[in-house]
Design a protein around this ligand. Structure first.
Ligand SMILES: Cc1cc2nc3c(=O)[nH]c(=O)nc-3n(C[C@H](O)[C@H](O)[C@H](O)COP(=O)(O)OP(=O)(O)OC[C@H]3O[C@@H](n4cnc5c(N)ncnc54)[C@H](O)[C@@H]3O)c2cc1C
Length: 402
C-alpha cells in the first residue's frame, strides 16, 4: 500500500501508540489532541503482559519497568478474610507478571516518545468535533471548522468519542451506574507490594489497593486506593465527610491507615465513571476506532490500557499486510473480534457481581468463584483472562513473544 496521510484523534494510550507504529512504517501522521498542555493525570493502571509486549515492540518497555511496581497476583478476599480468588501469573507462565503504574507515567512515556517521533505532528489544543466523508478523503473537523483532510481518520479519543456520532459506524454507549473513588498515596515503606489486593462485601462494597510504582512528578513509591460507589451517591458521600468513611475503609484493611491519613479533604478523592461502548465492527469508510472509543468497559478486569495498546499494534500490522485500505480496515475488525468479545462479555458479566445493589449476585459470586478457582482448567482460564490473552473457549489464546 502507498504511504497514507493519517489523522489520529486523541493522544492518549491508543492514539500515541498507533501514531508511532504508522509513522515507523512510512505513513504521515497528524495527531489532534484537545488538551492544550497535556499533563500526567489519573491513578493506578495495570500493565498486563499483553500491554508490555506492545510497549516492548515500540522500544518503550525499559523506562516503564524502571518506575513500575511488579505485580505477581490478584488476591481478592471477602470481608472477614476468606479468599475469593487467588490468581498468580506464574500459574500459567513463570515469565509473566503485571506492572502497577500510574496512568500518568504511561502517558508521559508515550507522549514524550510520540513528540520525538519523526513523521508524527502533534497538534495540541485541537478539539475534534467530528468527521466528514469526501469522495477521496476524510475531513477532521473542530469547533472553528476543518482541522485537516486525510486518507484515514483514527478515532482514539476515549470512551466519549466525538466520532461516534459522525463516522457512520453503529455504536451503543452507556454509563455504568457504579464507579470508583480513587486516591494515590505515598507509600515510602512499600506497605503494599507484589499484588493487587481487593476486599468485597456483597456487591455493594469493594475496596482495592494497587502498588503504583514511582511518581509521576515524585520519586517515592505510591499506591492507588479504590473504593466502589454508586455514582449518584457521590454527593451524599461528599456531604457525609471523611469521619464516617475512614473507619469503614479500615474495617476492610487495617493497613490502609497511613493512606487515609494522607486524605484530609474529600475533594482529594476523585470519582472515576466508566462507560460501556459496543460496536459490531470497529471500522467504517476511511475511519477506524481504537481503545476506549471502540470498546470502553468497566475496569473490572484491568484491561483498558492493554486492549488499547493491542488494538494499535494489530491495526498497524493490518495496514502493513493489506494491499489496500478497505482490506486493512476489514482485517482489523476481523482480527480483533474474538479477543474483544471475550473481554466485553466477561466484563459485562462480572461487573454487576462486584458493583451493583444485587444481594443475589454477590451471594452467587461468593459461592461459585472460590469453587471455580480450585478447578485447574477454570483457574488457568481466569489467570489467562487476567494476563490479557483469552479469546473465548473456542479460540486459542493469544501468543506472546519470548
Ligand atoms: C484523564 C484520564 C484519566 C484516566 N485515569 C485512569 C485511571 O486512573 N485508571 C485507569 O485504569 N484508567 C484511567 N483512564 C482510562 C485509561 O487511560 C484508558 O482506558 C486507556 O488509556 C485507553 O486508552 P485510549 O487511548 O482509548 O483513551 P484515553 O487514554 O482516554 O485517551 C483519549 C485521548 O483523547 C483525547 N481526546 C478526547 N476527546 C477528544 C477530542 N474531541 N478531540 C481531541 N482529543 C480528544 C483525550 O484528551 C485523551 O488524551 C483515564 C483516562 C483519562 C482520559
Amino acid at each position: 500500500m502507498d504511504a497514507l496521510d493519517v489523522g489520529v484523534v486523541g493522544c492518549g494510550t491508543a492514539g500515541a501508540a498507533v501514531a508511532m507504529f504508522l509513522a515507523r512504517a512510512g505513513h504521515r501522521v497528524t495527531v489532534y489532541e484537545r488538551v492544550a498542555e497535556p499533563r500526567p493525570v489519573g491513578a493506578g493502571v495495570t500493565l498486563q503482559p499483553t500491554g508490555q509486549a506492545v510497549l516492548a515492540r515500540l522500544g518503550l518497555l525499559a523506562p516503564i519497568l524502571d518506575c513500575a511496581a511488579r505485580i505477581d497476583r490478584l488476591h481478592a478476599v471477602r470481608h472477614g478474610g476468606r479468599t475469593l480468588v487467588d490468581l498468580r501469573y506464574a500459574d500459567v507462565d513463570r515469565r509473566r507478571f503485571g506492572l502497577g503504574l500510574h496512568r500518568g507515567t504511561l502517558f508521559s512515556t508515550l507522549y514524550d516518545a510520540v513528540r520525538r517521533e519523526p513523521g508524527v505532528t502533534v497538534r495540541l489544543d485541537a478539539a475534534v468535533t467530528g468527521v466528514e466523508h469526501g469522495s477521496d478523503g476524510i475531513t477532521i473537523r473542530g469547533v472553528a471548522g476543518a482541522l485537516g483532510r486525510h486518507d484515514l481518520a483514527v478515532a482514539a479519543d476515549g470512551s466519549v468519542s466525538e466520532l461516534h456520532a459522525t463516522a457512520g459506524v453503529p455504536v451503543r454507549a452507556r454509563e455504568y451506574p457504579w464507579g470508583a473513588l480513587w486516591f494515590v498515596a505515598d507509600d515510602p515503606d512499600r506497605i503494599f507490594r507484589d499484588e493487587l489486593y481487593q476486599v468485597v462485601r456483597g456487591a455493594r462494597r469493594m475496596y482495592g489497593v494497587l502498588p503504583t510504582g514511582r511518581g509521576p512528578e515524585r520519586d517515592t513509591p505510591v499506591v492507588s486506593l479504590f473504593w466502589s460507589i454508586r455514582t449518584d451517591d457521590h454527593v451524599r458521600w461528599l456531604d457525609a465527610g471523611l469521619a464516617a468513611w475512614k473507619p469503614e475503609v479500615l474495617g476492610f484493611d487495617r493497613r490502609a491507615g497511613f493512606v487515609l491519613d494522607q486524605i484530609t479533604d474529600p475533594s482529594q478523592v476523585v470519582l472515576a465513571r466508566y462507560r460501556d461502548v459496543r460496536m459490531t465492527r470497529w471500522h467504517g469508510d476511511r475511519v477506524v476506532f481504537l481503545g476506549d472509543a471502540a470498546h470502553a468497559m468497566s475496569p473490572q478486569l484491568g484491561q483498558g490500557v492493554n486492549l488499547a495498546l493491542w488494538d494499535a499494534m494489530v491495526f498497524a500490522d493490518a495496514i502493513a499486510a493489506a494491499p489496500a485500505l478497505p482490506a486493512a480496515l476489514a482485517a482489523y475488525s476481523r482480527d480483533r473480534r474474538r479477543h474483544l468479545r471475550h473481554y466485553q462479555f466477561m466484563t459485562r458479566t462480572l461487573t454487576p457481581m462486584f458493583q451493583s445493589s444485587s444481594r443475589v449476585l454477590g451471594w452467587l459470586r461468593d459461592r461459585f468463584m472460590p469453587l471455580g478457582d480450585r478447578i485447574g482448567p477454570i483457574h488457568r482460564l481466569m489467570v489467562r483472562t487476567m494476563i490479557g490473552l483469552e479469546q473465548g473457549v473456542v479460540r486459542a489464546p493469544l501468543q506472546l513473544p519470548g
